[in-house]
Design a protein around this ligand. Sequence first.
Ligand code: NAP
Length: 271
Amino acid sequence: MVNTGSTPVTVIGLGAMGQALAEAFLNAGHPTTVWNRTAARAEPLVAKGAVRAETVAEAVTAAPLIVVCVLDYAAVHGLLDPVADELSGRALVNLTNGTAQEARTTAEWAAELGAEYVDGGIMAIPPTIGTPASAILYSGSQQAFDTHSTVLDLLGTSKFLGTDAGLAALHDLALLGAMYGMFAGAFTAMAMVGTEKVAAADFTDELLVPWLNSMVAVLPLLAAEADSGEEVSEERKLVERVALTNIIDTAKAQGVAANLVNPIQAIKDNT
Ligand SMILES: NC(=O)c1ccc[n+]([C@@H]2O[C@H](COP(=O)([O-])OP(=O)(O)OC[C@H]3O[C@@H](n4cnc5c(N)ncnc54)[C@H](OP(=O)(O)O)[C@@H]3O)[C@@H](O)[C@H]2O)c1
């Protein structure tokens, strides 16, 4: 059954992200109960109509849908293990960053308690929560996702990846890895031109961002190649090896650590 009414929602964890999640529910008129370890962080939300639970138990029993977003899974279990008996029959949507294995273990734990568990990965920053620009990945209980998808859609563009609870974390971490790899290369690039007194901001606006945008457009071609299982030609490997060697040599000559580029050459050498 798809829920289209004003489902009461509980949000546990009111850091930068939890506050944005709770605000999205409040903006849509959902009765929203909130709890945070540091109680004062609930105040701006209470001013917007949220109910502040005094205890985690009170927060959990206030709604059929519980969204938790704290630092890590140790914090999730530190909060929810003591109130595990209250979770039966509820949908627990955990948007805390964690590994695929942590998600699977938590799904098994929730299933033993009779709770429906959905794990999630937020591909967004707090200011974009509540807009289509926020992609939120989900996996786990199809039943809970279908029941609450209308409510979850308030947070951004929802994507359900399957009933293996680990899939959202797997995709989330893969995407974050791609982002950090890109940032690492970008910081190396800024440091390289910085040795000749080029301002990072000017370089980034004028050259780096347009360049990376044009290269992003090539990714679907590379992905199709990877899917085809075809070997990259020796000629292309050689061209890439020469370019990577030149990058590393030039970085070193300019006094910039090439630590972030070195592993790429090693990966390329093994493919
Ligand atoms: N911010 C982002 O741009 C972003 C984007 C995507 C995903 N996320 C994910 O969202 C989650 C929360 O991030 P955030 O940005 O909201 O972080 P944050 O602003 O640092 O807030 C951390 C939250 O976790 C709580 N917490 C930490 N340790 C705890 C413990 N041992 N017991 C109980 N509560 C504990 C904090 O409570 P106190 O207030 O009491 O310290 C606070 O509510 C993380 O998993 C993060 O990876 C964040």
